[in-house]
Design a protein around this ligand. Structure first.
Ligand code: G6P
Length: 371
């Protein structure tokens, strides 16, 4: 009923608007006033966490894309090698896993069969398994050594939104906690990042209050047969997730690419009128910002429609962008938390215009309990 949906047309839209609270709830109580992390719920000892020499993140679907972001943050903050793998691929390739491997699984439902089978395999090899999960008492946390719960609240729309954002938050908390325990980041550096995380709910609130431009885009591109998404660094998983949302909800062909790969194939797809979303890395991020600007120029020169998501104050893409979408200024590694929001709204709105059931897309299930 409309009341259950809080006055929104879809649970998904309601859940998108709940993201500021979901992020704040997931941060709540996990650090003290000085910015030191308190993840006492992780029942893996600090000595064991210090002995970890490899991290493997395992998940499916949207949760896998949260895992891709986690790799950038975890390796940067902890210097521990981190791989990310689809659960359905992991156990069938005889992976190298042992007692000093930390396997991190990410699952909103806690019931995904592929992820569960991967956990069983990892534990048979004596790895420690830490679950990031949104569902209390579900199978995956029960079968893991430890769990960090995300506090998104129940997610009903089949396409994950607040689930994804809170998974990102849990991954950042885990990365910073490992850095704290292993001493690879100093307390004040961690405190600064925690402060930045604490500002995210207000930043998303601000974005959600100003979505007219994105709604208009959905109207403009409702008939597009195909949409591409480009991103680099942590913008790359955002591009993949933006494309997945559009496939799931609008049933149109959508693909996410690493912007640096454009010249190795995807540029052949660029043609007149093709909508291409580009997630700009924040300014001053090595040379990446300028490289992505060149990508946008190349795409535009071939007649595509460019929709550029760039942080506040970054107008460099302006001359080559058909549409600019402004993102709040946040540290680079945290950018996915704000960059995905307009793409969620875009997919939800476009599917609504096409008359699809946004909460229950065809052929999909909220949790897939068969391998
Ligand atoms: C299904 C859902 C996706 C979800 C994936 C993983 O395919 O439709 O939205 O991302 O499962 O689910 P999990 O509960 O393990 O995060």
């Amino acid at each position: 009923s409309a009341a259950e949906k809080g006055g929104f047309d879809w649970f998904m839209r309601k859940e998108i608007y709940e993201q500021p609270k979901a992020v704040a709830d997931t941060l709540l109580g996990r650090h003290d006033a000085s910015g030191a992390l308190r993840l006492d719920e992780i029942r893996i000892s600090q000595a064991e966490l210090r002995a970890v020499d490899k991290i493997i993140v395992i998940a499916c679907g949207t949760s896998f894309y949260a895992g891709l972001v986690a790799k950038y943050a975890i390796e940067h903050w902890t210097r521990v090698p981190c791989e990310v793998e689809l659960a359905s691929e992991f156990r069938y390739r005889d992976p190298i896993v042992g007692p000093t491997t930390l396997v991190v699984t990410i699952s909103q439902s806690g019931e995904t069969a592929d992820t569960l089978m991967a956990i069983r395999h990892a534990r048979e090899q004596k790895a420690k398994v830490l679950a990031i999960c949104n569902t209390n008492g579900s199978t995956i946390p029960r079968e893991s050594d430890a769990v960090i719960y995300t506090h998104a609240g129940p997610e009903i729309g089949v396409a994950s939104t607040k689930g994804f954002l809170t998974q990102l938050v849990a991954c950042y908390l885990l990365g910073l906690y490992l850095a704290q325990v292993r001493g690879t980041k100093f307390g004040d550096e961690i405190a600064v990042l925690i402060e930045e995380l604490d500002k995210i709910p207000a930043a998303i609130e601000g974005q959600l209050g100003d979505m007219a431009g994105v709604l208009q885009l959905a109207a403009d591109f409702a008939e597009a047969p195909s949409v591409l998404f480009l991103g680099r660094h942590v913008g790359y998983p955002v591009a993949l997730e933006g494309a997945l949302k559009l496939k799931e909800l609008a049933y149109i062909h959508a693909e996410g690419f690493a912007a640096g790969e454009l010249k190795h194939g995807p540029i052949a797809l660029i043609e007149n009128e093709l909508p291409v979303f580009v997630v700009m890395p924040p300014q001053g991020r090595d040379m990446l910002h300028d490289k992505v600007i060149s990508n946008i120029q190349e795409i535009r020169a071939r007649g595509a429609r460019t929709i550029v998501l760039a942080e506040e104050g970054d107008a460099d893409a302006g001359p080559y962008a058909d549409v600019m979408i402004t993102l709040p200024k946040v540290p680079t590694l945290l950018q996915p938390l704000v960059a995905i929001v307009p793409l969620q709204i875009f997919a939800c709105e476009l599917a609504t215009r096409k008359g699809h059931d946004v909460d229950q897309p065809r052929n999909l299930a909220k949790s897939v309990t068969v391998e």
